[in-house]
Write a protein that binds this ligand. Structure first.
Ligand SMILES: [Ca+2]
Ligand SMILES: [Ca+2]
Length: 162
């Protein structure tokens, strides 16, 4: 019969080895990941205004999503789909993003950091009102739209970093 101490020691060594293998795998995955963006975007079909969307993402340990490059914009576009030719356009199908021009009309800033946006992708025809101060995206316009911050949209997107 094997001594209990020896058995525990053996188990300990095995656990270490297993842990080591997993650690190595995780490291390799990390080094292979493209450096451009480590954000993961998720869509929520829950009707809220922009402030509520900001809170909802924060509660889930994320942030309301903000695409900061063409690549990230494309990722979000892929998640919400493409219905550019939908006619009639569905009412209230917008999703909140994390930017506003509340402080100064036409000066778009990150609603979390207050920093000016470096990447912009507004649809010119939609960028038309000083009563529309919050950023949204929907599946039937290829670009962004400013809408009233108090609207209850179709939903919002959160971003998570690991
Ligand atoms: Ca607009
Ligand atoms: Ca505005």
């Amino acid at each position: 019969m094997v001594d209990v101490k020896a058995q525990n020691l053996l188990l300990g060594i095995m656990m270490l080895l297993v842990g080591d293998i997993h650690g190595t795998e995780a490291y390799q995955k990390n080094t292979k990941r493209p450096l451009r963006s480590n954000k993961i975007f998720k869509k929520y079909d829950i009707s809220v205004n922009q402030v509520q969307a900001i809170d909802a993402c924060r509660i889930m340990h994320g942030r309301l999503a903000l695409p900061e490059s063409k690549e990230e914009d494309a990722q979000i576009r892929k998640i919400i789909g493409n219905n550019f030719y939908m006619n009639p356009k569905p009412y209230n199908s917008a999703y909140w993003l994390r930017a506003d021009d509340k402080n100064y009309e036409g000066y778009w800033t990150d609603s979390f950091t207050g920093k000016p946006l470096k990447y912009l992708n507004f649809e010119a025809s939609q960028l038309n009102s000083d009563s529309e101060d919050c950023l949204s995206i929907n599946s039937y316009n290829s670009q962004w739209n400013n809408i009233s911050c108090n609207l209850f949209t179709k939903g919002y997107l959160c971003e998570y970093t690991d």
